[in-house]
Write a protein that binds this ligand. Sequence first.
Ligand SMILES: NC(=O)C1=CN([C@@H]2O[C@H](COP(=O)(O)OP(=O)(O)OC[C@H]3O[C@@H](n4cnc5c(N)ncnc54)[C@H](OP(=O)(O)O)[C@@H]3O)[C@@H](O)[C@H]2O)C=CC1
Ligand SMILES: C[C@H]1O[C@H](OP(=O)(O)OP(=O)(O)OC[C@H]2O[C@@H](n3cnc4c(=O)[nH]c(N)nc43)[C@H](O)[C@@H]2O)[C@@H](O)[C@@H](O)C1=O
Length: 347
Amino acid sequence: MEKTSKIYIAGHRGLVGSAIVETLKAKGYDNLVFRTHKELDLKDTEAVATFFTKEKPEYVFLAAAKVGGIVANNTYRADFIYENLMIQNNVIHQSYVHGVKKLMFLGSTCIYPKLAPQPMPENSLLTDTLEYTNEPYAIAKIAGIKMCESYNIQYGTNFLSVMPTNLYGYNDNFDLEKSHVLPALIRKMHLAKLYAAGDTDAVMEDLGVTAFAKAEKILHQYGITKSSVEIWGSGAPKREFLWSRDMAEACVFLLENRNFKDVAEGLSEIRNTHINIGTGEDTSIKSLALLIKNTVGYTGELTFNTSKPDGTMRKLTDVSKLHSLGWKHKVSLEEGVDKLYTWYLAQ
Ligand SMILES: NC(=O)C1=CN([C@@H]2O[C@H](COP(=O)(O)OP(=O)(O)OC[C@H]3O[C@@H](n4cnc5c(N)ncnc54)[C@H](OP(=O)(O)O)[C@@H]3O)[C@@H](O)[C@H]2O)C=CC1
Ligand SMILES: C[C@H]1O[C@H](OP(=O)(O)OP(=O)(O)OC[C@H]2O[C@@H](n3cnc4c(=O)[nH]c(N)nc43)[C@H](O)[C@@H]2O)[C@@H](O)[C@@H](O)C1=O
């Protein structure tokens, strides 16, 4: 990949996409192309074909998707499978039609069985049943992996798949209902701290409402009281968290250094050519909540609402393949949570 190569970043304003844009720019790649969701709905097959005909990108990072936390996945099951299948089918197929030199598809570690061996190696894919809460999303992601692999085998394309662990960072989704746990708990404890201190204006500003009664209704809806914050589930599940800029650095590193033909060489049956991206370290949701409590400076109580789903109890990535290629994450969870809260306060 040359510094002048034309690179399309689908989802360039998202958590990962925006970090990939920053990383590419920092490495001197200066021919980047992107479209906002409004400008180009990637579910629209004809519009995607027209875009590829016009722009003819040489490289593609497919970081656009319908993404959300455990409750969003479990609630909008049809949207998660339909939208993700449409987006990835369109972008992967048009990348083949228009001779894209290399594409990177972003999956997720939820593709692995609910009870996969821990840490989860790449070859545990399709060896057992999936976690129910995000099965539609996981099936779409598995389809994306298989689509890349199948186009590579049949058409000789060079489409890579990466399986990221839970990610967090700048431009994350902080929606109280649809977000992932880490940004959700940062915002909930931040709001609880303001609420306990009686800073009603700051609470209303954060929630974007002009009446405090409305603000209090939202706070209570999400288990935030004057003296406590509700954590979903038991707090026992363990999760791994990778800083989004580290994720982006790993994506660019792999796109620059990894090729399907090298990975598939010698395989009689070509499968599991995807690669995990993570830290290889996990923590319980309860420990994460205590870390965020300390970082935010929240002094109230934490309660655990077990009517909310725990999801899979553990999904630690086996990152030995990634480490063997010479890449390792830099930002620790403690440092990342601190950086993200500082960023959140500045928004
Ligand atoms: N965040 C995480 O913890 C993890 C994420 N991943 C994967 O990483 C990738 C990036 O995720 P992340 O950055 O967190 O997600 P975000 O939601 O932050 O970003 C997704 C981007 O895709 C865009 N998008 C969504 N639907 C469409 C559409 N129909 N047409 C055009 N653009 C669209 C969104 O635009 P808009 O907001 O304007 O709709 C947004 O910019 C995804 O493939 C995700 O599955 C994998 C594991 C963990
Ligand atoms: C990246 C990954 O993300 C999702 O899987 P998940 O990791 O289960 O998602 P999550 O971050 O929402 O929850 C992790 C744990 O945290 C607990 N939890 C506590 N309190 C809150 C809370 O306030 N919000 C949220 N969202 N979770 C909370 C929650 O109950 C669960 O036990 C899927 O999209 C999946 O497909 C995927 O790819």
